[in-house]
Design a binder for this molecule. Structure first.
Ligand SMILES: Nc1nc2c(ncn2[C@@H]2O[C@H](COP(=O)(O)OP(=O)(O)OP(=O)(O)O)[C@@H](O)[C@H]2O)c(=O)[nH]1
Ligand SMILES: [Mg+2]
Ligand SMILES: [Zn+2]
Length: 332
């Protein structure tokens, strides 16, 4: 269409958007038609989306007409009781899963992030921050614990304070690719960005010793770095519920998935059936107990939410039909 161009969403604030095109960052809003045709929240533009944009000569906001199909995505179950998706960011090449060596080190949470990245077809990369607060031996033990759990994603440790590991991190940020920082509040995601930029452009917050910090970054934001890489900062997530992630679980726990093909029963739940290849591997000590438990827990959670989600969709559909027929009757 004439006057339309492609732009990338860099920030979302309720109904208002910031988008970037060749000329810089401008504000934009949805066209009325797009807003009303969106079926659910995940159809709306999200940070990282490529959109079809119409710019106006005057100072008024540009209009977003459509979102291009997403190549990759990061999404979770919306927090709280609702069973629906929440899109975190899209079209990402590498997800940096940031953990602090100091307080935040939790392999079960790490597994969740890995499943989330895998489900969205994104390469995960683990970043351990705050190495200045622990001994080198302690750091080695932490990395060994990750490997012992069977996690094969690459790991880079660094300190935003001493600068150790920063050059290696910088080298990962190749031009033209999009990276996303994920992780709990207070692990140092924004500090890492400020460090890269060489200035305190974004707010960071002092956290208490326990790490129970306040949420500092309020919004997701896509930045274009000088050398041409794109980096998305996200606020720490308290809840990381997973919905519809069977593919991601299979990918992240690939060795368990492979084992399960050798179980005697094809519908084996791996919790006590005879001839269960996973339990046998556990008994032989080849599979770590913690990883096995975490696998079962994530699988159960995912199956539970998947059920409630399909139930909800079924009800939404039935409700939609009800509204349609009621409207028709009113017209008659
Ligand atoms: N000692 C030490 N402190 C760090 C390091 N990185 C960050 N910090 C401190 O950790 C605190 C939290 O850092 P932030 O960058 O705000 O954390 P965040 O991950 O962006 O947190 P949210 O925005 O809430 O998700 C700040 O006080 C930082 O100065 C590090 O490598 N070493
Ligand atoms: Mg932050
Ligand atoms: Zn089994």
């Amino acid at each position: 269409m004439p006057g339309q161009s492609i732009a990338r969403v860099t920030a979302v604030d309720r109904g208002a958007f910031l988008v970037r095109n060749g000329r810089g960052e401008i504000s934009a809003e949805l066209s009325g038609r797009f807003r009303f045709s969106a079926q659910s929240g995940i159809d709306l533009p999200c940070v990282g989306d490529w959109v079809c944009l119409q710019c106006h000569a005057s100072g008024s906001p540009a209009i977003i007409h459509a979102v291009f199909p997403r190549r990759t995505f990061l999404r979770r179950k919306a927090p709280g009781k609702t069973v629906d998706f929440q899109m975190i960011a899209t079209n990402i090449d590498v997800a940096f899963i940031v953990l602090s060596c100091h307080f935040d080190f939790n392999i079960r949470r790490l597994d969740r992030y890995l499943v989330m990245a895998c489900e969205g077809h994104i390469q995960p990369f683990i970043i351990l921050t705050k190495t200045d607060l622990i001994t080198p031996e302690d750091l080695e033990r932490k990395i060994a614990a990750i490997r012992h759990d069977g996690i094969s994603a690459e790991v880079l440790s660094l300190s935003n304070k001493s600068g150790d590991g920063m050059d290696d991190f910088r080298r990962l940020l190749v031009p033209g690719k999009t990276f996303c920082l994920l992780g709990s509040s207070g692990v140092g995601k924004t500090t890492l960005i400020n460090r890269l930029l060489g200035q305190d452009r974004f707010d960071t917050e002092a956290v208490s010793v326990t790490g129970e910090g306040v949420h500092t970054t309020a919004r997701r934001h896509l930045l274009v770095l000088d050398q041409g890489a794109m980096l998305i900062d996200t606020p720490g997530m308290r809840e990381l519920g997973l919905l519809d992630v069977s593919e991601g679980i299979g990918g992240s726990f690939a060795e368990i998935r492979d084992l399960s093909r050798h179980c005697r029963f094809s519908d084996c739940t791996h919790t006590g059936e005879p001839g269960c290849a996973i339990l046998m591997s556990l008994e032989r000590g080849e599979l770590s107990e913690e990883r096995y438990r975490n696998y079962l827990k994530l699988k159960k959670e995912s199956e539970f939410y998947d059920l409630s989600y399909s139930e909800k969709r079924r009800k939404d559909k039935a409700f939609g039909r009800f509204v349609k027929s009621a409207m028709k009757q009113m017209k008659e």
